[in-house]
Design a protein around this ligand. Sequence first.
Ligand SMILES: Cc1cc2nc3c(=O)[nH]c(=O)nc-3n(C[C@H](O)[C@H](O)[C@H](O)COP(=O)(O)OP(=O)(O)OC[C@H]3O[C@@H](n4cnc5c(N)ncnc54)[C@H](O)[C@@H]3O)c2cc1C
Length: 290
Amino acid sequence: MGYQFITADSVPHALELLERYGRDARVICGGTDLMVRLHLKRLPECVFINIRNLEELRYIREEDGMVCIGAGTTLSTLENSLLLLGKAPALFQAAQVFADPNVRHSATVGGNIGNASPSADSAPPLLAFDGQVVVARKDGRRLLPIREFFTGVGRTALEPGELVTEVRFKPNPDSAFVKVGLRNAMAISVVNIAASVDLAQDGTMKDVRIAVGAVAPTPVRAVCAENCLRGRRPEEAVIRQAMDAIQTDIKPITDVRASERYRRIVAENMMRRVVLKACRICENEGGAGR
Ligand SMILES: Cc1cc2nc3c(=O)[nH]c(=O)nc-3n(C[C@H](O)[C@H](O)[C@H](O)COP(=O)(O)OP(=O)(O)OC[C@H]3O[C@@H](n4cnc5c(N)ncnc54)[C@H](O)[C@@H]3O)c2cc1C
């Protein structure tokens, strides 16, 4: 079959092509993951369905209190969004430390979650916001909670014929993102983490959601750590308990970027930092957006 490349001229056209080519079809948007795999000869022959030119998939807007982001929106659009800066700093900060300006100019939100890398930088913020993925197919669309979207390394809950058209979430200004890579620029995350906190008047955390990447086959919610923090003040002793608890939430491996032990130590320290940052108790936090 070789490789074929077809450019869709609308979302309905893309869905028709996806249905026609079924398992042989592969959506391509920014190409920053797929072109690397093609170059390394790690991509089976397929029909690329190119959605890069679809303006209808490029937007960030607010609808009924939800932030809605089209799947074709680039990371550079995210890092320049005043809406995200004000209402969803965790995602804004993730976009700012993503790759470099060239890659951010092409890389898209749909491609970042569609690639389903455990270290995808947009995943922890979307999980911490308890976001949803809008999935379209020729005969309709469905809403999928982001926590059900990732099913394994490089695997998603998408069926053949389906396209991500949007991610949406209820934003929270009390949210933050922290990433550790092997260097400051162009680094794939060794661990990345986001927190979204609902603070009560008395300073207790009414609710808290923490999501962490590169420490398991998929990005995960740190439910045990969240349970330690919920209903309590972000005081040192409380955070120390959550730092212990996050060890139960994660299952890191040793790979070319870091050892399991290093990831465990980094994850608990980053959890401390990201929770304080989300609560606006920033300890020498040089992170973007705050
Ligand atoms: C030098 C370099 C640095 C990088 N640094 C980072 C980094 O710091 N952080 C990070 O998270 N990633 C990083 N990446 C990875 C990559 O840039 C991102 O994953 C990017 O968001 C992918 O988006 P894309 O549009 O280019 O995806 P593509 O390459 O076009 O597609 C990626 C996957 O998603 C699927 N897909 C794309 N769009 C959709 C859709 N709408 N619906 C369903 N499936 C879809 C494709 O079929 C494919 O499987 C880096 C890559 C490079 C080359």
